[in-house]
Design a protein around this ligand. Structure first.
Ligand code: F6R
Length: 364
């Protein structure tokens, strides 16, 4: 049932404050101000490396997880798409944690990668939405997301719930590795608890994004730029736009522009820049200026500080609430999803059932 929404995708985008809160609730002990994982029969402190395997949108959760886990726990993380990982004879070791991320828990390549890791003696964990799925049954440690059924083919609420669980995993690993004291953890818990309200604030920009979607819908190509976790969001934005609006889109690490992709820029290519203010903001802004100098039309997604500094001269700006860097990807995912959604609606494509795609990819 779509309720009063036009599409399941729209309904699922708007469910995010509730389902992210639900998911966080099962990982946060608010009285102790701690992040907790379900009972496990292995020692997290013995983990020396992490490998995250997934497909599509779920693989971008892995890229963001890499930033979080390496920064908080100082454990090296490798991220790969399942279809590459399973066939490349990866180096496995007993001190490694293999993490699969999947909404359906049935994606053929991810399931095969999970079985490959298990056969190689690797301890596995799964961030999975469907609790009865094959992956949920086979992982050593099930880390459920509580997104509820996701009907729209384009993943939205599963993505932000996966991020919430990935953050919980990063914090637990950091504590197990002696990298996080109680005060630091309590502060992280406070920020995580703020995520649903911040997602709500992001959703409030829906009408504004709908208005600019008509311009983007005219484009033949769209570029998305970001750094750090926002690079993963750039990839996610481009994937979402491609799959539901059929507009060609690419996500790039902002710093890579001058190594080739900048040749694509002209007046006809909108560039979506995802850049919360922070230590890397200046760097991204200078990449944005390079693009603008070549006639590129920029849509800047940032917070009040970022927009005050660099919002002038953009085709459009979208103001996100100011949030802690750990929850920023959960918040900045929202305008990226809404933009793809409204562009697809403006183009009149079948938003919930895009051509050539299936919700659960059980063949390789
Ligand atoms: C994109 C999308 C896909 C899935 C991918 C993995 O919007 O939905 O890229 O993320 O097919 O599916 P799961 O998470 O079920 O393994």
């Amino acid at each position: 049932d779509k309720g009063n929404h036009r599409h399941f995708m729209q309904k699922e985008i708007f469910e995010q404050p509730v389902v992210v809160a639900q998911t966080l609730q099962s990982y946060i002990r608010s009285v102790e101000q701690q992040v907790a994982l379900p009972q496990m029969d292995f020692e997290l402190s013995a983990i020396e490396r992490v490998t995250i395997i997934a497909c599509g949108t779920a693989s971008y959760v892995g890229l963001i997880g890499k930033y979080w886990i390496e920064q908080l726990a100082r454990v090296p993380v490798e991220v790969d798409v399942a279809s590459e990982f399973r066939y490349r004879d990866p180096v496995l070791s007993p001190n490694m944690l293999g993490v699969v991320v999947s909404q359906s828990g049935e994606t053929a390549d991810t399931l095969a990668a999970l079985r490959h890791m298990k056969a190689g003696g690797v301890t596995t964990a799964g961030i999975i939405n469907v609790p009865t799925s094959s992956m949920a049954r086979e992982v050593d440690l099930l880390l459920p997301t509580h997104a509820g059924p996701e009907i729209g083919v384009a993943s939205t609420k599963a993505f932000t719930c996966q991020l919430a669980v990935m953050a919980a995993l990063a914090v637990n690993l950091a504590r197990a590795k002696g990298r996080l004291d109680a005060a630091e953890e309590a502060e992280i818990v406070r920020h995580l608890i703020e995520a649903p309200a911040a997602i709500n604030a992001a959703l409030a920009h829906d009408a504004e994004i709908e208005a600019m979607a008509h311009t983007i819908a005219q484009a033949r190509d769209v570029l998305y730029l970001g750094r750090g976790p926002d690079y993963a969001l750039a990839l996610e934005g481009a994937l979402k736009l491609k799959e539901i609006s059929y507009i060609h889109a690419e996500g790039y690490a902002a710093g890579e522009m001058k190594h080739g992709p900048i040749a694509l820029i002209d007046e006809a290519v909108p560039i979506i820049v995802i850049a919360p203010s922070g230590p890397l903001f200046e760097k991204t802004v200078s990449n944005m200026q390079e693009v603008r100098a070549r006639g590129g039309k920029v849509v800047l997604i940032s917070d009040a500080d970022g927009l005050a500094e660099a919002g002038e001269g953009c085709l459009a700006t979208i103001e996100m609430p100011s949030v802690h860097p750990l929850i920023a990807p959960l918040v900045y995912a929202v305008p990226v999803q809404l933009l793809a959604y409204h562009v697809a609606v403006a183009k009149g494509t079948d938003v919930d059932q895009p051509r050539n795609l299936a919700k659960s990819v059980t063949v390789e």
